[in-house]
Write a protein that binds this ligand. Structure first.
Ligand SMILES: Nc1nc2c(ncn2[C@@H]2O[C@H](COP(=O)(O)OP(=O)(O)OP(=O)(O)O)[C@@H](O)[C@H]2O)c(=O)[nH]1
Ligand SMILES: [Mg+2]
Length: 296
């Protein structure tokens, strides 16, 4: 494992190859989202011809519609968020370190469309910064290491619960972002797979089943008062929603019935920078590219 705690400026040097297509900007911890074009065009107090006012209003409207072009990468530490960002932005995987800052890059997804990809560190103290970006977000990608989820299930589900809660708490005026759960590092399934099922499909099946089971545990424990990870005694219990499903009596948590909207599962992988294995086992973000092209 090449991960280590590191100085972010060093990481900037590593992660910023010369590229005319994409730019990575590094946003300091606690710094606000860069402001997009102002939504309201200030009207001069002096005489303004009506046609100019109308033109300004149209421009403001266009600006407000063009907001929401962010693909937000969230998820536990070590899941692969920064690796995915660097693959999307630079078509190559660069060595990563545990992120202590938010990373952001502009990525071109078609000849006439660019999106902003924002990678929120999984570190417990930093992960909640994702909420600042939700107003600009069209797709949320929750990245899960499918190869380790069996042993990290409660922590991963706790992290996801916060995301589900935040999404279902958005004001009705805001368009709900699409939630995409990336069953990542699908390449690590190949040695254990004896069937013809693709590694992506295996990763998705496992991640979905484990998360549904863990989220159901959280739902039951919230109503029953049993303590589970992240639902401490300080008033959070019973207060953190986001797990509501279709109200069939006795039904357990199912993503397909989640009231917060559609949830898409994708099996993804990249070839790690320090891997010896080459193209034969080349990882794939193809399904993610397709999903972004369709939904952004
Ligand atoms: N085998 C395999 N390794 C991967 C894959 N994606 C990422 N990795 C490795 O997983 C480790 C963690 O990747 P990062 O991208 O740093 O993880 P992160 O989600 O940004 O982690 P934090 O910054 O701590 O939140 C690195 O060593 C990557 O090389 C993958 O698809 N397959
Ligand atoms: Mg990272």
């Amino acid at each position: 494992m090449s991960k280590q705690l590191g100085v972010d400026s060093a990481k900037l040097n590593v992660l910023a190859p010369n590229s005319s297509q994409s730019t990575i900007t590094w946003i300091m911890e606690g710094e606000k989202t860069p402001q997009s074009a102002p939504e309201v065009v200030p009207l001069s107090t002096t005489f303004t011809p009506p046609s100019l006012v109308i033109a300004s209003l149209i421009a403001a409207l266009k600006n407000s519609k063009s907001r929401g072009n962010t693909f937000l990468l969230v998820g536990p530490p070590d899941a692969g968020k920064t690796s995915i960002l660097s693959q999307l932005a630079y078509s190559q995987t660069l060595p990563t370190q545990t992120s202590m800052q938010i990373n952001s890059a502009v990525v071109s997804i078609s000849s006439d469309k660019s999106i902003r990809v924002v990678d929120i560190p999984g570190h417990a103290r930093l992960r909640n910064q994702f909420e600042e970006y939700l107003p600009e977000t069209k797709v949320v990608g929750f990245v899960v290491d499918a190869s380790t989820i069996s042993r990290n299930a409660p922590a991963v589900a706790e992290h996801l619960h916060h995301i589900l809660h935040a999404l279902t708490s958005l004001p009705p005026s805001q368009q709900l972002p699409l939630l995409v759960i990336l069953a990542h590092k699908a390449d690590l399934f190949k040695s254990t797979s004896s069937s013809n099922t693709s590694t992506s499909a295996l990763a998705i099946t496992r991640v979905k089943a484990i998360l549904e089971r863990e989220l159901e545990k959280r739902r039951v424990s919230q109503s029953g008062g049993i303590n589970v990870e992240g639902l401490g005694e300080d008033g959070e219990r019973g207060g953190m929603g986001g797990l509501e499903c279709g109200e069939k009596e006795g039904s357990s948590f199912k993503f397909d019935e989640w009231e917060g909207g559609d949830v898409v599962f994708l099996g993804t992988s990249i070839t790690p920078a320090n891997s010896d294995e080459k193209s034969a086992s080349e990882g794939s973000l193809e399904s993610l590219w397709e999903c972004l092209a369709e939904n952004m």
